[in-house]
Write a protein that binds this ligand. Sequence first.
Ligand code: C2E
Ligand code: MG
Ligand code: MG
Length: 571
Amino acid sequence: MSTVQTASILISDPDSSIRQEQGEILRADGWMVAETGGGEELFEAALERPALLLMAAELLGGDPEARLGELRERAGEGLRVVLTFDADLELDWEACSRAGVDEFVERHAPAWILRHRIRRLMPVEASAAEQAGSWMEPDVFAAKLRARLGTAAGDESQVAVLAAVLDIHGMDLGQLSSSAGKSLTQELGRRMRAAFEDGEDGGTLSGLLQGMRLARIEPGVVMMMIPGVRRVQDTARIGARLQERMAQPLEVDGKTRDPLVGLGVAAFPEDGQDASILMQNALTAARRARNEGTSLMIFHTEAMGRWAFERLTLERSLREAIVREELRVYYQPRVDAETRRILGMECLVRWQHPELGLVPPVQFIPLAEETGLIVPIGEWVLREACRQNQEWREKGLPEIAVSVNLSPVQFRVGDLVEVVNDALRESGLDQGGLELEVTESMLMNDPKKTVEILERLKGAGIHISIDDFGTGYSSLSYLKRFPIDALKIDRSFVMNVTTDPDDAAIATAIILMGHSLKLSVVAEGVETESQLEFLRVLQCNEIQGYLFSPPVPADRAEELLRAQKAGVQAA
Ligand code: C2E
Ligand code: MG
Ligand code: MG
């Protein structure tokens, strides 16, 4: 196996067997290969900025120059093009070369010919220069940035420009020997790439690495562009990691030094509509940061900086919350609508913050999901819930099930089934003592993978309910595909069930539909006797809400179970 060349080749051909054949040849040669048919799909794939396009000539249409121009706008001016053609195709060769086609190769040419042509166009050195993260000269960088702003304006993403100004004890880095200068920039490039890597966030940042480009502006001053940014905090997070890494001791001219790094951030469109203005603004912010005398990151726009800073601070303290054991599980009983006996307890996480007090989940779950912290948090809740329920059982309290909310991220990262099984095994709780709640939108997003995981959980004997039901768009036939046991009617419908005829109709429909699918139906957020009465008449199976009890700490939940055992009605 040859070493992997990271520059990418995009194969575009309407015939998938041809694409596959060519892909195999090139992958075996170590290239990173993507494949597409034609049309919109091709334009989209071009945005990934392949270094070379291997394309069926018939896809060029009547005006090769226009078509290739459009593709270069997306893929960048450096795009090399190799056309494949069938022997009988009548092709306007001249128009094609005018359009900048670099090579032609017959579609069914033997493997060695294809290989040879591609290698000639992309010698290993040249391909390395196209790699994400290799250095560009400032004007090439500016041109690439300009091209990228056009597409960003179209798809409403941001392009962030980060400038880093390095200060190594006031050394004039321009005076370094060329080999010392080279190894310094190599090291900086390595650190800049590493800022995108992190196992914990489920790869949310590593997706941005591919579009990343680096420029050496002058000795000790480097710039990075990150296209495709959807959220300011992604830039902020990369910046924070970059800063941490850049400030690590550096080997310069044989001596280890502690550098000072000023980081400046400017983002399109907020901080400038034009490549040179963005670069200037990032650089100004970086110089300002360097002049502060400690390693610092400054955003060109103050408002953005403040916002990003708050998010980063919160992210950091949430990370610590897990270690410092500041998370708590609260329990809210779910009761039988007829008998009002407690059948289960929903586990709802809280953050006991040293200064902010008890923080509700809506204030940190979204951040935890974005940063991937939901994975360790969710795992902790699962284990704590199982441990607690087993403790109650061992105390001889009424047997109930605890139900734990799952986040979509937990389906994507790590092995959820394994985590669940571990929690059960560790606590000694049997499967019937644990239930899981997923939301409708989770089923819609990646149905195939979700079904597979849910089926394994279900196979392990765990009940699954759909939370916040009614807020998504699932239809009856859609629901049938999922191995679920219960529907939880969203609180927003229950709230007005006795006053708003529309909500009453929706709640009624959900109960009937649930029963026809042999599912148990739970109403969330029941606050009044009249709501309970309405639901009871419709034979809604279970209710949960302030009417019976709000979410309470474990000791209080235990009292509720004790009262039930003693036969005292707690209603
Ligand atoms: P959810 O799973 O739908 O939980 C029900 C929410 O409704 C809880 O809010 C509960 O306190 C609230 N609630 C229950 N009965 C009533 C009522 O009668 N009236 C009113 N006004 N509210 C009621 P909470 O605890 O703030 O949790 C909010 C959401 O945070 C949960 O919605 C759930 O989606 C999420 N969440 C909580 N804990 C976890 C967790 O451990 N993991 C994950 N992934 N999400 C969690
Ligand atoms: Mg829930
Ligand atoms: Mg809910």
